[in-house]
Design a protein around this ligand. Structure first.
Ligand code: NAI
Length: 255
């Protein structure tokens, strides 16, 4: 099947759920070879069974906070499908511990996944891509630009992802690597990350309405809304775009 990404080799982290999963499906629909990675092996294997197309999709267990795991995953990707063209760093976690009570360990755990994971992915993808070129898409957040009182540690990590994206893009441009690095800033998207918070809240309906109302378009986004932006940033249509962070947020950040 021909498509916009025919013959391209794509790695998506956090592929077993939410935005990562939707991104995997859109790349497959555009003819790519896709390796989806995730720390959650059960959900990843389930996705692999659903897709059931080993010629085009492979799941690998992967903790993005572990550098050795990155080296192994990218080595495996090369032997399974060939040289890497696109990396999407979608793995992420969000804790809602109150600032006053958050332990240093919990603070660092979010940083390890959201920040270290993104750094390690970009670092090792550069090693794979330089010479041939490629595209990297990081998932930042509206929380890169605005504070959320119930997600202080998360905001810190996503601010870092956005500024790191700019610096990494400039680094690749400086050395003429032909690697573009961009980020997407989702608003609230209907995924397990958000559902898990809502479902345990004592006033779920009130909170849900409050969150909807933060978006001028009046509703949550869908994983496919974000995946569409990720594919654009990864595509040749975006060949003049690097260091950018694109909000896909129902107007949240425009206010
Ligand atoms: P999700 O919770 O549905 O999926 C995240 C995936 O990352 C899960 O499958 C999880 O197992 C995996 N993961 C967690 N720790 C990992 C690790 N150490 N190594 C590898 N994989 C790991 O979340 P969702 O909503 O799909 O989030 C994807 C990205 O989008 C995250 O970076 C998140 O911060 C970001 N985002 C999400 C928003 C939302 O409203 N859902 C809003 C803004 C940003």
């Amino acid at each position: 099947m021909m498509g916009e990404f025919s013959g391209k080799v794509i790695v998506v982290t956090g592929a077993a759920s939410g935005i990562g999963k939707a991104t995997v499906r859109q790349f497959l629909a555009e003819g790519a070879f896709v390796v989806g990675t995730d720390i959650n092996v059960e959900a990843g294997s389930k996705l692999s069974d659903e897709i059931n197309n080993p010629a085009k999709f492979h799941f690998l267990q992967h903790d993005v906070a572990n550098e050795d795991a990155w080296v192994q995953v990218l080595k495996d990707v090369k032997s399974i499908y060939g040289p890497l063209d696109v990396l999407v760093n979608s793995a992420g976690i969000s804790f809602s511990d109150p600032l006053e009570d958050m332990t240093l360990e919990r603070w660092r755990t979010q940083q390890a996944v959201n920040m270290d994971g993104t750094f390690l992915g970009v670092k090792h993808a550069i090693h794979e891509m330089k010479g041939r070129g490629g595209a990297i898409v990081n998932i930042a957040s509206i929380a890169s630009d605005v504070g959320i009182f119930a997600a202080v540690g998360y905001c810190a990590t996503k601010g870092a992802v956005k500024s790191f994206t700019k610096a990494a893009a400039l680094y690749c441009a400086q050395y003429n690597y032909n690697i573009r690095v961009n980020a997407i800033q989702p608003g609230y998207i209907e995924t397990p990350m958000v559902r898990d918070v809502l479902d345990v809240h004592s006033h779920k309906d009130v909170l849900e309405k409050k969150i909807r109302d933060l978006h001028p378009l009046g509703h949550f986004g869908e994983p496919d809304d974000i995946a569409a932006g990720i594919l654009f940033a990864a595509s040749d249509k975006a060949k003049f775009m690097t260091g950018a962070s694109i909000p896909i947020d129902g107007g949240y950040l425009a206010q």
